[in-house]
Design a protein around this ligand. Structure first.
Ligand code: PLP
Length: 400
């Protein structure tokens, strides 16, 4: 299947196609057979051959490729400025495939500490028995990152920025430099920013991972993940080949229906993200003025320590806001359980507002360890609902 996968640099003087045009059209051409404007869901496991190994459109069996999945992969690759994207059944499945594609027993991973709890669990509990070691580091402290690298053994630096749930901002270009000096790859989990606000491959990263369950899908109705790679080589071959092999050979692929839902969501990413972050900025500023709130963590606030860096490497500050309660743990729990519009739930990035208590929900697996998150912290996934309704809900929960 030939689809344009990159919106590469334009020749001097030429306009570069806009993000939303690419989101709507990349990989999403009308069905050549029927003229259907929307590419259909190819709900099939296998494809008829016109002779032995004579394939139509390159498709043989849906674990290897499926037109609906390929269409979504082309769309996401274009938006991340990657050469190839690979869609998986979940974000964790995507991470697992990438790590197993690049790591060998004895290798070491430097892991941004303030990140998705499940990534930490994957590396320290699923991969550790296969002799993969890891060191957590504060992603905003480049000296700590440098000190954690073990030359010749560290093969992957893994970064999440903005981080979860503390919304720290790490310098992707500097991390890339440290990785490449050490002969390692830089992987960036771009789930929080989404390709609309940040393109790590353009900042020097070798691979990007997404939980497409979040902003890419955008409607809390599908689970999915993706790996997007640029031109990086690994172990003497293109990194894309190693990831593609892993996707096919281990088989945790995104199904056609899920790929279709993710692709449909991705078309409106820019519109949703604009509203998410407009609401988030307003809510973060409002929380600053509340006596119940001890600290607001949102990179869009000028007092946030990563504000300038975020302004330089991102195109906006995103829709996630965390805050700490002056009265401590009990107050944080009460707020998390006290909203009505904001649903008490893990996950994020959907059109509806969600509230969570990270210490015991998203980050329960690291409670009691060095990676534990503050017990007075509440995290908001700010939805696209009218901001006045959101403020009213938060006001009620805070003053209860
Ligand atoms: C949710 C999430 C993941 C895991 O993705 P799943 O789709 O739940 O498997 C990874 N990274 C981040 C930042 C996430 O928010």
């Amino acid at each position: 299947m030939t689809t344009t996968t990159t919106a590469g640099p334009a020749p001097t003087g030429a306009r570069v196609q806009g993000f939303t045009t690419t989101a709507v059209h990349a990989g999403q051409a009308p069905d050549p057979l029927t003229g259907a404007v929307i590419p259909p869901v190819h709900q099939t496991s296998t494809f008829v051959q016109d002779g032995i190994n004579v394939l139509r459109g390159g498709h043989e069996y849906s674990r290897g490729s499926n037109p609906t999945r390929s269409a979504f992969e082309a769309q996401l690759a274009a938006l991340e400025h990657g050469e190839r994207a690979f869609a998986f059944a979940s974000g964790i499945a995507a991470e697992d495939a990438l790590l197993r594609a690049v790591l060998r027993p004895g290798d070491h991973v430097v892991l941004g500490a303030d990140g998705y709890g499940g990534t930490n669990r994957l590396i320290t509990r699923v991969l550790a028995p296969w002799q993969i070691a890891s060191t957590p580091v504060d992603g905003t402290d480049l000296d700590a990152v440098r000190a954690a690298v073990r030359p010749g053994t560290t093969r992957v630096l893994w970064l999440e920025t903005p981080s979860n749930p503390l919304l720290g901002i790490a310098d992707v270009a500097s991390w890339a430099e440290l990785a490449h000096e050490a002969g390692a790859l830089l992987v960036v989990d771009n789930t929080f920013a989404s390709p609309y606000l940040q393109n790590p491959l353009l900042l020097g990263a070798d691979a990007v991972v997404h939980s497409t369950t979040k902003y890419v899908g955008g409607h809390s109705d599908v689970l999915g993940g993706a790996v997007v790679v640029g031109a990086a080589q690994w172990l003497g071959a293109p990194l894309a080949e190693a990831v593609g092999f892993q996707q096919f050979a281990a088989g945790a692929v995104a199904g056609p229906q899920d790929s279709w839902l993710a692709a449909r969501g991705l078309k409106t990413l820019s519109l949703r993200m604009e509203r998410h972050q407009q609401n988030a900025q307003r809510i973060a500023e409002w929380l600053l003025g509340r006596p119940e709130v001890a600290q607001v963590l949102y990179p869009g606030l000028p007092e946030h320590p990563g504000h300038d860096l975020a302004a330089a490497q991102m195109r906006g500050f995103g829709g996630m806001v965390s805050f700490r309660l002056a009265a401590g743990e009990a107050a944080a729990r009460a707020v998390a359980e006290g909203t009505r519009l904001y649903a008490l739930s893990v996950s994020l990035g959907g059109v509806e507002s969600l509230i969570c208590y990270p210490s015991e929900m998203t980050h329960a697996t690291v409670r009691g360890t060095a990676l534990a998150v503050p017990v007075d912290l509440v995290r908001l996934s700010v939805g696209i609902e009218d901001v006045e309704d959101q403020l009213e809900d938060l006001e009620r929960a805070l003053s209860a």
